[in-house]
Design a binder for this molecule. Sequence first.
Ligand SMILES: Nc1nc2c(ncn2[C@@H]2O[C@H](COP(=O)(O)OP(=O)(O)OP(=O)(O)O)[C@@H](O)[C@H]2O)c(=O)[nH]1
Length: 231
Amino acid sequence: MAVENKAGAEFESVFSPTDSLELSRSYDQKCRVFKIIVIGDSNVGKTCLTYRFCGGNFLKNPEATIGVDFRERTLELDGESIKLQIWDTAGQERFRKSMVEHYYRSVQAVIFVYDVTSLSSFQSIPEWIDECSRHCVGPLVPRILVGNKCDLQGQREVPTCTAQSFADGYSFPLFETSAKDPSEKEHVDAIFLTLAYRLKSRKSLILKQPSVEGVAPLLDQRDQPDGCCQC
Ligand SMILES: Nc1nc2c(ncn2[C@@H]2O[C@H](COP(=O)(O)OP(=O)(O)OP(=O)(O)O)[C@@H](O)[C@H]2O)c(=O)[nH]1
């Protein structure tokens, strides 16, 4: 199981002080932590989207995710620190089967990703929704549908209207974007910000988090009633 990109100096340098989504510079301050999983077929751009949000850049030459990669970013919303702990899951069945239970435990929001240039990846979305349901991710868990790779307009196989009517059927917000196109950076941020505001408005338990972050603390958090903690 890979662990990478724990928010720190490496990421602080890529955001300007005027960025509306400021990274927290001090981890002494208290914040709530929310677990978000990103799921969808292999190769749709889950890793690149999460990297764009957490790292600010397009990740060139990503490798297939094995198990899960963790990334996180702390936002200042209305004077409150909110840490989004993003689980970038493997799309390939052989790399995810031993991890599925972990993905869904105490998850607080879900991002379904398809590739607008791949009809099959869009047609897989109902299966991903079913998987969520089988793991007791109910309608109260905020969910968002994302069509990625919009920079490849000439190769589009999924029309916006088709995706929109599908999303409407589930009452999911739909975002079409590109992890690759730098001009879409704020649009990518908006996906996560939409979830952050919805999660922020929820009451949560205050739980203790170990001072050293890593796989074990993350897994421990999952076992708490709603996954929220104080950091
Ligand atoms: N043109 C374009 N290519 C993209 C975009 N996002 C990702 N890619 C490319 O799509 C390929 C797959 O990207 P990943 O982010 O690794 O996809 P993934 O969904 O995480 O794949 P798995 O880890 O196998 O589940 C890579 O070659 C990326 O460079 C995008 O917005 N536009």
